[in-house]
Design a protein around this ligand. Structure first.
Ligand code: T1G
Length: 644
């Protein structure tokens, strides 16, 4: 069954594209559209064409699944040109989203109508490429240079009203889009047609504009935005066809780059993560209200996250004072968002109003889910779970936010253990996207499905983790830090390791990150394990913590921080403390350092995979990207080392 069906409304041909799930432009779709242009041009009874899409959205772009394959004619730029040159003017009727090649097809149409709720954009840089079918060449001719640069280099979609203001569309519609498009097309029959976009003039900009734009984009460290900027510049300086040739060559070169392959890997991994195959057909429970026990950093962040997802939250603290302080802490999160313009003052106020903080545990009697975020101690958490079993509804889901403890120890003897689950948020919980979902052996499937549905509602990236120390992310972190310390022992300077990892694409290296977060957190976990009689070899970090060097908060960790500032300086004290642990030797090149440490992550990932702690290598990559700052454009440690 063809992806394109044709209806007639008088002299108007209505071409409806239906290529689920998002009307991506496959080779078949390109052929169908090409044939449709030929058919309509040859039919004397057709005076104009309307292109609409079935399903949730207009065309979402080229079919990313085809990127790894050789391009097949008709190529998209040629199709866009063919539509633009059609004897019968085409009108695009955009609902949902017109993205990438979908917007490019719309720009080839003579007219564009948009549903008031729809958006348009060029997300290609998020896939490591640039628009490859005239997006960088037609857009500046229609919406101006600055708008074109912003759209193609940021990848951010533009809502309908802005698209109308920019001139990207001719009219915005509320209600019957198809009907409005047919009427609009009919009204244009016989009248003067606007210039095809490719024939319109485009303004130039001074060198300074391009230099400033480049300097701004270089900060991202990613290639595609810079190449997209170049393509728009060419569009303002070269004849249309030459600019098109430059854009196409740039797109094809980027499409085959390691960065694009990595970003495509992440794109598909992220979409698969939200819909685990094992949960297909398992209906999640509706979660209307949430309880949070513990109003410290994690509890406050978790409460804020649930509030920002629209759920009322009851937060329990040990006494009224602590409860009030917790409420203030969560409100500060919303006030901060308002100060940054992310929320209005009223929205921040409403978010705070929907949070009840109390020391009365009975207030949890109505919640659908309660999560504990108290001190990382088994006895403390166990006491909380016992309390929750007493005060919560017998069918309420009970979750632990533990990052290191074995959730099975918390479940022992608990009534209705099928409702227990681990939800490991990452600090700050209202910001970090990663959510490790840790089912217990007895967790019911619909409880697990509910956790994934909650992740979707929270805007989180869920990854199912099996039970081991540190689950997936913290287990890899421990291996990463150990490998980094091994490099120190071989004589690599602390700053050399950090610089190498920043050069690889991390925002921070392993040592500066520890100084920021505090060396004592992991130290206390090692000490607790030693106290239980487990063999935990001493680490270099132990030596520093025992010497009182816990990081920035104590004025020194792996680095010194003179005058209590945040600027790290190489520490003579650290060199003295570790002198007898450092053998010295040839310092590897930064690339070799990064390869060594990413390799260590991937080795631990392979073990995690073989033990069934993670289901797929791609999910390990998502953990590292969304929880630990692994550069997205490298795809994650498993992908980058060829194991993804
Ligand atoms: N190609 C192939 N499959 C796609 C796809 C695409 N472009 N976009 C989405 N899918 C699949 C996705 O994998 C998932 O599959 C299903 O559709 C639902 O996606 C020449 C070169 C459109 C906003 O980058 O941003 O055009 O898991 O869960 O939340 O210049 O999908 O169900 O099997 O995300 O409603 C540019 C990418 C391509 C848009 C819908 N376009 N997609 O979000 O659904 S490059 C994009 C999205 C290009 C030209 C260039 C979102 C969405 P499955 P979903 P959603």
């Amino acid at each position: 069954m063809s992806a394109l069906t044709i209806d007639r409304e008088g002299e108007i041909a209505v071409a409806t594209l239906d290529n689920p799930p998002v009307n991506a432009i496959s080779a078949e779709v390109r052929r169908a559209l090409w044939e449709a242009v030929e058919t309509f041009d040859a039919d004397p009874e057709i005076r104009a064409v309307v292109l609409v899409c079935a399903g949730r959205s207009f065309i979402a772009g080229a079919d990313v699944k085809e990127f790894g394959l050789p391009p097949v004619a008709p190529h998209l730029p040629d199709l866009v040109a063919r539509i633009e040159a059609a004897a019968k003017p085409w009108t695009a009727a955009i609902h949902g989203a017109a993205l990438g090649g979908g917007l490019e097809i719309a720009l080839g149409c003579r007219f564009r109508l948009i549903d008031a709720e729809a958006r348009v954009g060029f997300p290609e840089v998020g896939l490591g490429v640039i628009p490859g079918a005239s997006g960088t060449v037609r857009t500046p001719r229609l919406a101006g240079v600055e708008a074109a640069v912003e759209m193609v280099t940021s990848g951010k979609p533009v809502p309908a009203p802005e698209a109308l203001r920019l001139g990207l569309v001719d009219a915005m519609v509320t209600g019957d889009l198809r009907g409005a498009a047919v009427s609009y097309a009919a009204s244009m029959i016989g009248g003067p047609l606007p210039e095809p976009v490719s024939a319109r003039p485009v303004e130039t900009r001074p060198d300074s504009y391009w230099a400033e734009s480049r300097a701004r984009l270089e900060k991202s460290g990613e290639t595609a935005p810079l190449r997209a900027l170049e393509a728009v510049r060419k569009a303002t300086e070269l004849p249309f066809d030459e600019a098109m040739a430059f854009e196409r060559a740039t797109f094809l070169a980027l499409r085959d780059s390691p960065e694009a392959a990595a970003l495509r890997h992440v794109f598909f991994a992220e979409r698969a993560a939200l819909r685990p195959a094992a949960l297909k057909g398992v209906a999640p429970r509706g979660i209307g209200s949430v309880g949070v026990v513990g109003g410290g950093t994690m509890g406050a962040g978790i409460a804020a996250a649930f509030r920002m997802a629209g759920m009322p939250v009851t937060l329990i603290e040990r006494d009224a004072g602590a409860a009030a302080r917790a409420h203030a802490a969560v409100s500060r999160i919303f006030e901060g968002a308002a100060a940054r313009g992310k929320l209005t003052g009223a929205e921040a106020g409403a978010l705070s109003d929907g949070l009840v903080c109390t020391d009365d545990h009975a207030a949890l009697g109505h919640v659908d889910l309660a999560i504990e975020a108290v001190f990382e101690d088994l006895a403390v958490k166990r006491a909380v779970f016992d309390d929750l079993a007493r005060v919560c509804r017998p069918d309420a889901i009970l979750a632990t936010n533990t990052s290191y403890l074995d959730p099975r120890c918390l479940a022992e003897g608990m009534p209705a253990p099928e409702r227990l689950i681990g939800l490991h948020f990452f600090s700050p919980a209202h910001v970090m996207k990663l959510l490790e979902i840790v089912p217990l052996p007895g967790t019911a499937p619909e409880v697990l499905a509910t956790a994934f549905d909650l992740a979707r509602r929270l805007g989180k990236m869920p990854v199912r983790a099996g039970i081991c120390e540190g689950f997936i992310g913290n287990r890899i972190l421990k291996r990463y830090r150990a490998a980094a310390e091994d490099l120190l022992a071989e004589g690599v300077p602390v700053a050399g390791v950090d610089a190498a990892m920043r050069g690889f694409g991390f925002r921070m290296g392993p040592f500066e990150a520890q100084d920021l977060g505090g060396l004592d957190i992991a130290f206390l976990q090692r000490e607790a394990a030693r106290a239980e009689g487990r063999d935990v070899p001493e680490t270099l970090a132990d030596i520093l913590v025992r010497a009182g060097r816990k990081g920035q908060k104590t004025g020194g960790g792996w680095y010194d921080y003179p005058e209590g500032g945040r600027r790290p300086v190489a520490s003579d004290a650290v060199a003295r403390l570790l002198a007898d642990r450092i053998a010295g030797g040839e310092v590897p090149a930064p690339e070799a350092i990064a390869e060594r440490l990413v390799g260590a992550m991937a080795d631990e990932g392979a073990a995690i995979l073989s033990e069934g702690i993670a289901e797929t290598a791609a999910q390990i990559d998502l953990v590292e990207i969304h929880g630990y700052g692994f550069p997205r454009a490298k795809g994650g440690p498993m992908h980058w080392t060829g194991r993804g």
